[in-house]
Design a protein around this ligand. Sequence first.
Ligand SMILES: [Zn+2]
Ligand SMILES: [Zn+2]
Length: 240
Amino acid sequence: MVKLFQNIIEFLFPPACPLCDAPVSLHGELCAECWTSFDWIDSPKCMRCGYPFADDSQLSEVVLCHVCAAGKCELEWIRSACVYDTVSRGAMLPFKHGGKIKYARFMARAMIWALRDINVDADIVMPVPLARRRLFKRGYNQATLLARPIARAMGVRMDLDSVRRKYRDDMGHKNARERTENIRGVFSVVDTNKIRGRKILLVDDVMTSGATFSELRRVLIRAGAKAVYGVTFCRVTRAV
Ligand SMILES: [Zn+2]
Ligand SMILES: [Zn+2]
C-alpha cells in the first residue's frame, strides 16, 4: 500500500533534485551540478578509517593514516561518502533539524558507494541511537533514515532497539576531549542476545571526532560483538 502510494506520488511529481529542484532522471538523485559541489571521498584514502589523503604521494607505501598506524582507529574500519564542508553542512543541517528527510535517499546511496572497496560482512546494521527525549522532540532519528536503505541494499537486519542512549547535552561546541568525556557511559546494551557474536555496521550522518563510534564500540564489544564497523555520510577531516 505504501509502495502504491509512493508510485502515485512519483507519477504526479516528476523527479527533481532534492537540493535545488532541477529535473533529474531518478527520484531522490542529485542533479549533476549539486553532485559535483560535494567533496566525495575517492582514492587515495586510509584503508582502515577512510581518511582522505591530500595526494597520491602519501600512498606509495603507506596505506594507513597516522592515527590508524598508531593503532588508535575507533573501529575495525570506517567509510564516509564525503568531507564535512560548507556544502555537506548545508545539506546535513536541514536533513537533521529541518525535516528534509527526502535527502536520505541520495545520502544513503552515496554511503553505499563509499563501501565499494570493502567486503562488508556485517550481519546487523545499527543506526547510532538517539536519546528518547531527542527522538521525541525531533520526530525521527536521521541515522535510522540512512541505515534503512543501506540494510535493505545489503540484505541484513536493522537493529533499532538493542542499545539505548541516555540524554546528554549537545556535543556541538565541544572539543575532542570534551566529546569523549561527554559521551562516556551514554550507551547501554539492553539485549545482549542480539549483539553477542555479531558483526555490526554502525550508521551515522556525520563523524566528528569519532568519540561516539568509539564509545558505542566499547559497549558492543563488551556485550560480545565480534566486530564493529562504521559508515557515515560525511566526516570532519581536520580532527585527525
Ligand atoms: Zn541540484
Ligand atoms: Zn586511518
